[in-house]
Design a protein around this ligand. Structure first.
Ligand code: TRH
Length: 377
């Protein structure tokens, strides 16, 4: 009999919570033959990356996943064999009672935030709290051996490589989005939170001898782009030129399309958690806008990742990359570190590909979850 999984997703803000759980749910169905219910408390956020979602409907099938609206008045529901609370969300109390009432208690896991810090290895898989005999476990994604790994669908890197080698497919994809970069232009994408350091970066891109075509999906950074351009409004489809820099606003597209967009670009600025991982699979240099946390604890996460990611770089290339990422995450001036990075472009590009292949050789997160369950029973 198929194992039944319940994944709970509470959308706290932005799109990372639903982005990660939607990806995981689909992969468990498609590659591991699991029966998955995905409980989501905000279908509007979901609709942005999966336009087929009907926000009025409380139960619907999407790509083999049983998508359920998670209402505040929880309906009586049987508990599944495996229960995943994403990002430490609190399960409905009645559902917890249903877990405890099962003859065979379910495997209950907290799917945690992604971090490259070394303590994650020691905490991954440990028991957490217990509720009436139902034990909860910590499950940590990560980059290091001994963690739960990263979300990566089967064959993803092969698909990405084939796409990157197929100029016609790339051109067709970009044209469908209305993107036609000038020959020789550097193609870049920008997905980030508000950042006052952006102006200094756009200044230096505009002044560069090589043209840049910057694709900006609709989102929180648009206000800073608009201020720099000095225009009254910015909307999807708008294209503005300032010297060597072309800025184009794109719609928020479905996850598969966003992947392809990242694969097309020479450089990707990403944020949060899921887009950060997807940019790594693109095998191209990237810039991470990390989600800001109280007492600046996100900066430890940033440093931990940089330490791993830059291990194979020469000292000069490492300095350039680290200073660029640190400037970006401090709303700092980007001009100097960007110019430095350009001097090491071939090296950071090769490193991005090497990193993707290295990480891609590890067990992916969905498989690791299934293995955890198999070992537990
Ligand atoms: O949206 P994010 O900032 O999400 C978060 C939240 O801030 C959350 O609180 C935090 O816990 C978490 O990050 C770590 O960034 P993220 O994670 O990259 O999620 C964005 C999702 O949107 C990702 O799945 C990719 C997807 N996406 C599209 O599907 N289409 C698009 O056009 C774009 C730009 C993104």
């Amino acid at each position: 009999m198929k194992a039944r999984w319940d994944i709970f997703c509470s959308v706290v803000d932005n799109y990372g919570d639903i982005g990660v759980t939607w990806r995981l749910a689909r992969q468990l169905v498609a590659e591991h033959d699991c029966g998955v219910r995905l409980w989501v408390d905000d279908l509007r956020a979901f609709e942005r990356m999966c336009p087929e979602i009907d926000v009025q409907v409380h139960q619907q099938w999407q790509e083999g996943v049983d998508v359920r609206y998670w209402p505040s008045d929880w309906p009586a529901t049987d508990a599944a064999d495996v229960v995943i609370a994403a990002f430490a969300c609190q399960l409905p109390p009645d559902y917890m009672e249903a877990m405890a009432a099962r003859e065979r208690t379910p495997l209950w896991m907290n799917l945690d935030y992604l971090s490259a810090e070394d303590w994650v290895v020691g905490c991954h898989g440990l028991p957490s709290v217990k509720f009436k005999g139902v034990q909860k476990y910590f499950f940590f994604p990560g980059f290091r051996p001994g963690t739960g790994g990263l979300l990566r669908e089967a064959g993803l890197l092969e698909q990405r490589e084939a796409f990157q080698q197929d100029a016609a497919a790339r051109q067709q994809f970009l044209q469908a989005l209305g993107v036609s970069p000038a020959a020789g232009a550097r193609l870049m994408s920008l997905f980030a939170y508000e950042n006052t350091g952006l102006a200094s970066w756009l200044d230096v891109l505009a002044a560069d001898g090589r043209a840049t075509h910057l694709l900006v999906p609709e989102g929180r950074i648009l206000g800073d782009v608009q201020r720099w351009l000095g225009v009254e409004s910015l909307k999807t489809g708008d294209v503005h030129r300032r010297d060597g820099l072309t800025v184009q606003v794109l719609p928020f597209v479905r996850q598969e399309q966003y992947d392809r967009l990242l694969w097309c670009c020479d450089f990707n600025a990403v944020r949060g958690e899921d887009s950060f991982v997807r940019a790594q699979w693109a095998g191209r240099p990237l810039l991470w806008h990390i989600y800001r946390q109280d007492e600046d604890i996100h900066l430890d996460k940033l440093d931990a990742f940089l330490e791993l990611y830059t291990e194979g770089l020469s000292p000069a290339a490492k300095t350039a990359l680290v200073s660029l990422w640190q400037a970006w995450n401090a709303d700092g001036n980007m001009a100097h570190s960007w110019k430095m990075l350009l001097e090491h472009w071939p090296e950071v590009t090769a490193n991005a590909e090497k990193w993707a292949l290295e990480q891609g050789s590890r067990t992916d997160l969905a498989t690791a979850l299934v293995q955890f369950y198999v070992n537990w029973i």
